[in-house]
Write a protein that binds this ligand. Sequence first.
Ligand SMILES: CC(C)(COP(=O)(O)OP(=O)(O)OC[C@H]1O[C@@H](n2cnc3c(N)ncnc32)[C@H](O)[C@@H]1OP(=O)(O)O)[C@@H](O)C(=O)NCCC(=O)NCCS
Length: 166
Amino acid sequence: MENIKIKKKIFVRRVKKDDWKYFRKWWQDTDLITLTSGDFTKYRDEQLYKWFLNMFVDKKSMNFIVLNEQKIVIGHFVLEIKKNIAEYHVVIGNKKYIGRGYGTLINKKAIDIGFKKYKLNKIFLKVRPENLRASKSYEKVGFKKIAQRKYKNPNSPELIIMEIKK
Ligand SMILES: CC(C)(COP(=O)(O)OP(=O)(O)OC[C@H]1O[C@@H](n2cnc3c(N)ncnc32)[C@H](O)[C@@H]1OP(=O)(O)O)[C@@H](O)C(=O)NCCC(=O)NCCS
């Protein structure tokens, strides 16, 4: 049989209230929690839903849903903007799409939106030192490591800070 290779593409749109079904799943996925917040507290749906709804209240938090070339929802990214600087978070919540090159495309898109649409001067992120796949995907689009530190919160792990300037 002919091996047809589909060209990877992503589409992004702002988060809608109807997207709760995705976040509800992703925010309770232990694999994803290990790589992101590391917070394994069993939060009730009501608490998670409150955080989800806050996305629509916080006008400085630009949340996007990512879809692939087949228009399947694969993940989420956010630019949390303070003046001309934003903190970037990304999660491919639909785990079968991890490690296939989509993250690099998402990072590129987030940078493009951040610098062009929101006129940012700088985008930074925090990543766990052991999350080599994520770090590599950030390096590939131009993020540079600037520091590694432990935050005041005793539960916070050691984190690498990376940034990209306009
Ligand atoms: C982080 C994330 C968005 C990256 O997206 P992705 O689609 O998996 O990444 P990509 O496939 O585009 O790129 C990963 C790169 O890391 C490389 N890589 C994978 N595992 C690696 C490892 N253990 N060590 C070093 N490099 C590794 C891949 O080979 C690839 O590089 P290449 O394209 O040059 O071959 C995605 O993995 C994800 O959502 N993970 C779960 C949540 C998470 O970790 N979020 C980030 C928190 S800071």
